[in-house]
Design a binder for this molecule. Structure first.
Ligand code: ATP
Length: 319
C-alpha cells in the first residue's frame, strides 16, 4: 500500500497545485465568515460558521486534525502493540490557570482552568452546553490564544516529580477532531481530503514518509483497503468519522482532542467509535468533550466538569 501511495506522488503534486488555488478560495471563504472574536448570537448559525472557520484554520495553520464507525480496528495498528516501556520518566500535559476572553468582549469564557493528563491516558470533560468546553479544546489546539495561563508538557519521574522545566506544547503536536467533522470535508475524493494541507513540493523522502504515515493511520482506524477515489461524502457516518480521525493521525499527534466524537452516529457506529478510541488510547493521550458519559465511561482515566462561566473542576463521572 505504501508503494502504491508513493507512486501517486505525481498525481498528488498536481492535486496540490489545485489545492493552492483552492487555498486562496478557502482563505476568501474564511475572510467571509464571521470573525472568531465576534460575539455569537444564540442561534446555531454563527456557531456553525465559527466551527467551519476553526476547522479550516486547523487544516491550514497546523497539520490537519479530526473522526468515525467501523469494523473492528485492524490489527495493523498504528505503531503496533503496546511496547514495554523501560523508562523512569513519563510525560504529562499540563494546563495551568488558563483564562480566555475573546477580543472585544467583556467576559471571560474560561476562568483559570487547570488540568493535567498523563500520556496515554483518556480524559473526559463534561458539563452544560455553553459552559466553554469546545472553547478550551480550540485553545489547546492552538486555534485561539489564551488571555493568560500556560499549556505545557512536563516530564515527570515515576514518583511524579518534574525532571526538567516544562516545555510549551506546540500546536503541531496536537490533533483535533471537531464535532460533526464530516460537515467540513472539502474534497471530492478520499485522497484529496486526506492530503489537504500537505507540503506542495515535498521531496521524495518526505513523500515516502507521509505515505507510510498515511498507511499506518488508515490501518489504525480500519480504513485499509478503502478506495482513494471514493467521494468522502458518500461514506457511511462511521467511516466519515474514521477518515476525519485518520487525517489527524497522519501527523502523529501526541495529544488528540475529540469534540463530541459520538454525536449524530447510530448505535452501531457509536460502539465502533468507542472501540476505536479504546485502541488509540494505547498509543495516544486523548482528551474528549462529550455528553455521552455512559458510553465512554469504561475508557475514562480522569474527568472534569466544566461549570457555567468556564470554571473546570475535577469530578468523577455522575453515576
Ligand atoms: N469567539 C467567541 N466570542 C464570543 N463568544 C464565544 C466565542 N466562542 C464561543 N463563545 C461563546 O462561549 C460560550 C461557550 O461556547 P462553547 O462552544 O465553548 O461551549 P460548550 O460547552 O462546548 O457547549 P456545547 O456543549 O453546546 O458544545 C457560548 O455561549 C458561545 O457562544
Amino acid at each position: 500500500m505504501a508503494r502504491r501511495l508513493f507512486s501517486m506522488s505525481t498525481e498528488l503534486e498536481d492535486l496540490q497545485e489545485k489545492r493552492s488555488e483552492e487555498s486562496e478560495q478557502s482563505s476568501h471563504f474564511i475572510s467571509r465568515l464571521p470573525h472568531k472574536s465576534r460575539t455569537p448570537g444564540p442561534s446555531g448559525s454563527t456557531t456553525e460558521s465559527r466551527m467551519a472557520t476553526s476547522s479550516l484554520l486547523a487544516r491550514y495553520q497546523s497539520p490537519p486534525a479530526r473522526i468515525e464507525s467501523l469494523p473492528k480496528p485492524s490489527r495493523c495498528f498504528f505503531r503496533t502493540s503496546r511496547v514495554l516501556r523501560i523508562s523512569s520518566h513519563y510525560k504529562s500535559f499540563e494546563v495551568r490557570d488558563l483564562s480566555y476572553r475573546p477580543p472585544g468582549t467583556q467576559q471571560n469564557l474560561l476562568n483559570e482552568v487547570s488540568l493535567s493528563l498523563p500520556e496515554k491516558s483518556f480524559g473526559l470533560i463534561f458539563g452544560r452546553s455553553g459552559s466553554g468546553k469546545t472553547t478550551l479544546l480550540q485553545i489547546l489546539a492552538g486555534l485561539s490564544q489564551p488571555t493568560s495561563g500556560y499549556i505545557h508538557i512536563q516530564r515527570l519521574a515515576n514518583d511524579g516529580k518534574p525532571v526538567q522545566p516544562p516545555e510549551a506544547l506546540s500546536p503541531e503536536r496536537v490533533g483535533i477532531v471537531f464535532q460533526f467533522p464530516e460537515r467540513y470535508f472539502l474534497a471530492e475524493s478520499v485522497l484529496e481530503e486526506v492530503t489537504f494541507g500537505w507540503p506542495r513540493r515535498a521531496d521524495s523522502l518526505a513523500k515516502e514518509k507521509l505515505a507510510s504515515r498515511l498507511e499506518a493511520a488508515f490501518c489504525s482506524v480500519g480504513l485499509k483497503g478503502i478506495s482513494f477515489d471514493k467521494d468522502p461524502h458518500s461514506l457511511s457516518g462511521g467511516f466519515k468519522r474514521r477518515l476525519a480521525l485518520a487525517i489527524q493521525l497522519v501527523q502523529k499527534p501526541d495529544l488528540l482532542l475529540l469534540d463530541e466524537p459520538l454525536a449524530g452516529l447510530d448505535w452501531k457506529a457509536r460502539v465502533d467509535v468507542v472501540n476505536l478510541i479504546k485502541h488509540l488510547k494505547m498509543e495516544l493521550t486523548i482528551l474528549v468533550v462529550s455528553h455521552d458519559l455512559k458510553e465512554l465511561s469504561s475508557l475514562v482515566d480522569q474527568s472534569w466538569r466544566m461549570e457555567m462561566g468556564g470554571v473546570l473542576k475535577e469530578e468523577p463521572l455522575p453515576v
